[in-house]
Ligand binder design. Structure first.
Ligand SMILES: [Zn+2]
Ligand SMILES: [Zn+2]
Length: 86
């Protein structure tokens, strides 16, 4: 008598709880890819914005981006620049 107990290789029971991620409960920020900053959304990385005064819509002035101050990047508001969320 042989019971057909097929014991599969331990694929399911692969408890990969190896202590590699021991960073408490912080997880990386998805918005900035854990960089803490991302490309400025106002100037789209151009460092300047096209400012067109209403009284003269033809003339467009490139102005220094007030959001990033010309750095082309802005601090991630999701993780406040840390790259990780507590
Ligand atoms: Zn900007
Ligand atoms: Zn972030």
């Amino acid at each position: 008598m042989q019971d057909q107990i097929v014991s599969p290789p331990s694929l399911l029971s692969s408890s990969s709880s190896s202590s590699m991620n021991k960073k408490k409960n912080t997880r990386s920020c998805d918005v900035c890819k854990a960089k803490g900053f991302y490309m400025c959304k106002l100037c789209k990385g151009n460092a300047t914005i096209e400012w067109s005064p209403l009284y003269d819509p033809v003339f467009i002035n490139p102005c220094l981006c007030p959001t990033c101050d010309g750095h082309r990047i802005q601090r991630c508001l999701n993780c406040l620049g840390s790259g990780f969320i507590q």
